[in-house]
Design a protein around this ligand. Sequence first.
Ligand code: GUN
Length: 293
Amino acid sequence: MLILDGKLVAAAVKETLKAETDILLKNGKRAPQLAAILVGSNGASETYVASKVKNCEEIGFTSLLVRFDETIDEASVLQKIAELNADDSVDGILVQLPLPKQISEQKVIEAIDPRKDVDGFHPSSAGKLVQGLPSFIPATPYGIMMMLEFFKLETKGKHAVVIGRSNIVGRPMSILLSSNIPYGNCTVTICHSHTPNLKEICLQADILVAALGRPEFVKADMVKSGAIVIDVGITRVADETAKKGFRIKGDVDYNEVAPKTSAITPVPGGVGLMTIAGLLKNTLQAYKTNTGI
Ligand code: GUN
């Protein structure tokens, strides 16, 4: 059984991005810049955004963190996005989700200039992805594709089962795996909360992607022997014995599932780290496209 180590793959991706950035800087160009908007102080969102900013610094990108109070109105967030859209020094814009209920996530996503949509959530990016046109790929599915490529896990002709149909992970993942691209060409089944025979379908999966956000949902009796299992879950589960008062749990019961698989991503240390790699790649892509460099 191969452990798909996200740390290893993310480090390799970041090394390549850093080398490209070093060349840009040596040639007197400005660094790629990511702007992140964080509303409120949700613990997980704070952690993710801090990590995104830190990773930018590590590879020589600059970043701009815009923070708003939990009670901010929608118009103020939209106004800030308009400013960042117009700012030529900003290559990529992300608004960390979820947002407080007074703010429409859809309006916010659609307000971002598609040329700076490094999360790949804008309907324009999603539509291009569906049609097989060049676009920003949402960071988590992008990171998973990089992982498949790094470990040379052949996917062509395999049956991939994706649990979850979110716009952030499940849906774009299913499109990528079924696309006629390297590490695509799977036959894909998408399962969701209304799938009655989930266990039977999962048992048919050569590649199982769990992206439903329910800790340790996938058990050993749902996994075919020798399957590749990709665990996208990162739920904080209260645990008084842990230093922070919680532990991060994946959507897969790793201890019982791992021995049955041919390859599996751990949580933490798997897909989560790849999400940032995907975001950084998209940011450099935005920089190149928007500056013409
Ligand atoms: N919330 C959970 N995942 C993501 C992500 O990839 N991007 C943003 N902006 N928010 C998220």
